[in-house]
Design a binder for this molecule. Structure first.
Ligand SMILES: NC(=O)c1ccc[n+]([C@@H]2O[C@H](COP(=O)([O-])OP(=O)(O)OC[C@H]3O[C@@H](n4cnc5c(N)ncnc54)[C@H](O)[C@@H]3O)[C@@H](O)[C@H]2O)c1
Length: 392
């Protein structure tokens, strides 16, 4: 485990909580003191302040990177050189150039690589993707994903150079990958339109952004992110298909609402702003945030010699989309997603909508049962293109 901060804690709890056969053998942190405290908490036998020493320990098969964004590449390089499987947290890189280098490092070294994008592993997202793949939503037209909270918990996130940006690089990476999973990861992201601004915090990076991503299938995917939202961690997705709709609330309003006058005196859920009054706890955070399913998929894939659901390639695509979002926020125009590596479909494949014939001369646009019991159909005349209506 490289890093002993916020995310390493979640990862260690997920890995060790469900009686997995895996164990954590080594933890590395910036200071030996912090590494030792983490090791004590999780029963880890080796604590070190050296990345090199950690990755070359002979008792480990897998390196998990939970370091700040500017240290991902160095850690990937060290793990790949040591011949270890490598799992890296989000965002993969601070930009696509960095992410592509990391993809090349692991592919050239021939080591297993997994992109730790937990939110596509939430039970709700997994069920949604399964339902979409079964055809129950028809063709996906539009997705919307929102992640907003009152801002990150460590200094380096707020430093544009170390983090690679602000709320986009920190939060939109989740939203973009959720959108890709719903739309189909083999659909090419073509261009991005993005508004970003620093509305609240005294920082150089953006603390708010909204973006639109056009895909090769014609689908559009929307992200909405904030580092100044009040009221906790708001994680919501919407999917609209030609045959169905999904609305997901992952976290803040999951159907579990609690009132406590004196307060629960402590941690309620990630980024919760209050522990008294009406509160919105989360029954099993590791599960609801996808961490358990994510590590099961990663370790199963390592055991079976297969690819996990999320790889460094996916991390690279997400970085390329975010780069286009930053360019668009600057230029005020749609900006192309620049992909040196693309392994999916070409734009336009499968784009045509399904046409339903009403009769020999007409195409059905819509039918509706009106309040007076009359059924009405809206039709398009094939020969002339004229739109007309009929009541039945
Ligand atoms: N849902 C998620 O998947 C999720 C959530 C939070 C964070 N993350 C990612 O995990 C990574 C680490 O984030 P975190 O929240 O654990 O951060 P953190 O600040 O809580 O922990 C960072 C860790 O890296 C170490 N470190 C080494 N060099 C450092 C430096 N120069 N500055 C600061 N810390 C340094 C710290 O000692 C600490 O152990 C980031 O890439 C972040 O984007 C992912």
């Amino acid at each position: 485990m490289l890093g002993s901060g916020f995310i390493s804690d979640f990862y260690a709890n997920a890995i060790l909580s469900k009686r997995h056969p895996e164990s954590i053998a080594v933890v590395q942190s910036r200071t030996l003191e912090k590494a030792q405290a983490f090791a004590k908490k999780f029963g880890i036998s080796v604590a070190t302040d050296s990345i090199q020493e950690a990755v070359s320990n002979e008792n480990i098969d897998v390196v998990i990177i939970g370091l700040p964004n500017h240290q991902h590449e160095e850690a990937v390089q060290a793990a790949a050189e040591a011949g270890k499987a490598v799992l890296c947290t989000k965002p993969l890189g601070r930009n696509a150039e960095e992410a592509l280098r990391m993809l090349k490092i692991v592919e050239e070294a021939g080591v297993f690589h997994g992109y730790l994008e937990d939110l596509v592993y939430t039970p709700k997202a997994l069920k949604t993707v399964e339902t979409i793949k079964a055809g129950a939503m028809g063709r996906i037209l539009w997705t919307r994903s929102r992640e907003t909270h009152p801002g990150p918990h460590s200094d380096w996130f707020w430093n544009k150079e170390l983090a690679g940006g602000g709320a986009i690089v920190d939060l939109a990476c989740h939203c973009i990958e959720l959108g890709r999973n719903y739309i189909g990861k083999d659909e090419k992201p073509l261009e991005v339109f993005c508004w970003a601004d620093t509305q609240v915090k005294p920082i150089d990076a953006e603390d708010h952004a909204i973006g639109l991503i056009k895909y090769g299938s014609g689908a559009i995917s929307q992200f909405e992110v904030s580092w100044a939202f009040r009221g906790g961690l708001d994680l919501r997705d919407e999917v609209m298909g030609t045959e169905g709709t999904v609305w997901i609330n992952h976290f803040l309003r999951t159907g579990f609402e609690m009132f406590t006058a004196p307060g629960s005196s402590g941690y309620v859920a990630e980024k919760a702003e209050s522990d008294s009054g009406w509160i919105f706890p989360v029954g099993d955070e590791l599960q609801e945030l996808g961490y358990n399913h994510m590590f099961v998929d990663m370790f199963n894939a390592i055991d079976n010699g297969t690819a996990p659901l999320e790889t460094f390639y996916d991390g690279y695509i997400v970085n390329a989309v975010m780069d286009a979002a930053y360019r668009s926020a600057e230029s005020g125009r749609w900006e192309p997603v620049k992909l040196d590596v693309w392994r999916g479909k070409q734009p336009g494949e499968g784009k045509a909508g399904k046409q339903i014939d009403y009769d020999e001369h007409h195409i059905l646009i819509k039918e509706e049962l009106l309040p007076n019991g009359v059924k009405k159909v809206i039709l398009k005349e094939k020969a002339t293109g004229r739109i007309l209506q009929k009541t039945i």
